[in-house]
Design a protein around this ligand. Structure first.
Ligand code: SF4
Length: 191
């Protein structure tokens, strides 16, 4: 267990636990408010993320930012964004199970340090790794799950929404549910 995200970062930036370390330009650990009650988790960095070291930049990142803004969330203000794997899988393929297994402890430790109350999985890969291994994003997006003290939900990955814009209304509905959940959590914490 690390004492801080800073300490975790120092170790993670030098990680060589899987083959992805050989082709990465940057380790993409995460970004956002480290005291957030909400974490968003994608599957892994793409080309732009690998070059900049920041998750969800580029077209998919812009769409995510727009959807976050719709429910008064932003990476600058009140959420933290991370990925299942911290190094880019070549040609943006899905990360292999072995790579996810090797990397998942970094995310577990991020969650332990940030202590979010809601974790939103962006896309199938994150949902299958975090919620359940047969998760079906088209059928089960927007459903709240609870494990321990943390609520979990999955919605469409913004890259998938760029490819299939017909799913955008459903994704916006998920974001409204996220907003509603946050408001409930805030009310309950004031009681
Ligand atoms: S993907 Fe994760 S486990 Fe693999 S080298 Fe990068 S940080 Fe380490």
């Amino acid at each position: 267990m690390y004492k801080s995200l800073k300490e975790l970062q120092i170790h993670c930036l030098n990680c060589t636990k899987c083959e992805l370390c050989k082709t990465r330009k940057n380790v993409v650990l995460g970004v956002g408010n480290e005291e957030s009650q909400i974490m968003f988790v994608g599957e892994g960095p793409g080309e732009k993320e690998d070059l900049t070291g920041e998750p969800f930049v580029g077209r998919a990142g812009k769409l995510l930012d727009k959807m976050l803004e719709y429910v008064d969330l932003s990476r600058e203000k009140n959420i933290y964004i991370a990925n299942i794997v911290k190094c880019r899988p070549p040609k943006n393929r899905d990360p292999f199970d072995t790579e996810q297994e090797a990397c998942i402890d970094w995310l577990r430790n991020q969650i332990l340090l940030i202590r979010p109350r809601l974790v939103v999985c962006l896309g199938r890969v994150a949902a299958r790794r975090i919620i359940k291994n047969d998760f079906k994003i088209t059928k089960e997006h927007g459903i709240l799950y609870k494990k321990g003290n943390i609520f979990f939900m999955a919605t469409f990955h913004p890259s998938a929404l760029l490819r299939s814009p017909q799913n955008k209304p459903a994704a916006f509905e998920d974001f409204l549910k996220i907003k509603e959940k946050i408001e409930n959590m805030t009310m309950n914490s004031k009681v």
